[in-house]
Design a protein around this ligand. Structure first.
Ligand code: LMR
Length: 396
């Protein structure tokens, strides 16, 4: 049965990392996959994660299955991080959370739920969006549509175009919004713009699905939830797919969550009962280790405070690299204006480099950037900056 199977195309993001690993050039630079690297180009295990793992190892007394929706303590901590302790949504118990295998797992569960319970609902994605959004929702059987987002002239948000395209979305459809640190552009709406988006979604009866994978890497843990909170003031029902891959550095532990926000407790539980079935038919119940780590850290005031500092360190380094990148290009006499990269937040920026230039960077200089021109700023270091900017100058 396998004779006629065609080889699959490489994944546009993870496939590049495979090619990068095989590249023998000792000066190669990986600015493709969204993984944080420190000043030495390493992806560290956070100190707080190490400490939590010690405690887990000492105390863990069972490897029995978790519930289909995961560890309740973890789920409660997810909600507290999303909305802030004492938020009305938490106090009135109108949210229900399922621990999921990473943000990707949460998105797929959400897609499966939507496909089965809201047949005919289409999902609207920003143009551009994360390369995997289309494929996840397509695999779940949802039709994907696009709404306007980035202004190519300013490399900023084209809010008017975005607003106008949301007006064309039919009632009962779903819109995917990036909670902060938009992937791939690093361009986010302001809180005022979030508020306007929320009002429009409520007026038109469109369900928001918020992909929230970078909390803390933009402006701060609390600052980065401002957009989500503006949305909750206008819209009562939503889905939130969150991830601890980046802000806890738990990439390989697959630590994410799907949170349903509903009108009331009963409605949230009803929707979650359907979500649970999707989980059961897909992977049965989530892996435990990453969730335990996050729960230990977030439940201990001292560890949590230290973790917030560790996130700030990652965020500050990324923002320093944004400045250094723009400065170095200027010093090298590059005329193209890259200054919008300083305003953008999170791991990514849209460089505006063409597919051809991206290919030249890879083939001539072993510098790996996603085909769309998305750069992972978190892969830049003081040590690789000169070589990177010299190479970009030459392909420009
Ligand atoms: C990315 O966009 O690079 C990350 O979210 C990792 C991934 O799975 O693609």
């Amino acid at each position: 049965m396998f004779e006629n199977i065609q080889i699959a195309p490489p994944d546009p993001i993870l496939g590049l990392t495979e090619t990068f690993k095989a590249d023998p050039n000792p000066d190669k630079i990986n600015l493709s996959v969204g993984v944080y690297q420190d000043a030495n180009g390493k992806t560290p295990v956070l100190e707080t994660v190490k400490e939590a793992e010690k405690r887990i190892l000492a105390q863990e007394n069972s490897k029995g299955y978790l519930p289909m929706t995961g560890e309740p303590v973890y789920c409660a901590q997810v909600q507290e991080l999303l909305f802030g302790a004492g938020h009305e949504i938490i106090d009135s118990k109108r949210a229900a959370t399922a621990q999921c295998p990473g943000g990707t797992g949460a998105l797929r569960v959400a897609g499966d739920y939507l496909h089965l319970q809201h047949p005919g609902a289409k999902i609207w994605l920003s143009n551009p969006t994360w390369a995997n959004h289309n494929t996840i929702f397509d695999a779940a059987g949802l039709q994907c549509e696009e709404y306007a987002y980035r202004d190519p002239n300013t490399n900023g948000l084209d809010f008017d175009a975005m607003y106008e395209s949301i007006k064309t979305i039919p009632k009962g459809d779903v819109i995917l919004l990036h909670g902060c640190c938009h992937n791939p552009t690093g361009i986010d709406p302001t809180p005022e713009q979030w508020s306007k988006i929320g009002a429009l979604l409520a007026e038109r009866g469109i369900l928001p699905l918020v992909d929230f994978a970078y909390q803390g890497l933009g402006n701060g843990i609390e600052e980065d939830r401002e957009g989500l909170l503006e949305l909750t003031k206008k819209v009562k029902q939503m889905l939130i797919c969150s991830s601890f891959s980046k802000n806890f550095g738990l990439y390989r532990e697959r630590t994410g969550a799907l949170t349903v926000v509903a009108d009331n407790t009963e409605q949230a539980a009803t929707v979650m009962s359907q979500v649970k079935l999707r989980i059961r038919y897909n992977y049965s119940n989530p892996p435990s280790h990453g969730g335990q780590i996050a729960a230990v850290i977030l439940s201990d005031q001292e560890l949590k405070a230290k973790w917030i500092e560790e996130v700030a360190e990652m965020r500050n380094r990324i923002n320093e690299m944004r400045h250094l990148f723009v400065k170095t290009l200027k010093e090298k006499g590059v005329e193209q204006d890259f200054s919008s990269i300083i305003q953008q937040r999170g791991m990514f920026s849209f460089s505006g480099l063409t597919k051809e230039q991206v290919l030249q960077l890879r083939e001539k200089y072993s510098i790996y950037i996603v085909g769309s021109g998305r750069i992972n700023v978190a892969g830049m270091t003081v040590a690789n900056m000169d070589r990177l900017c010299e190479a970009i100058k030459s392909v420009l």
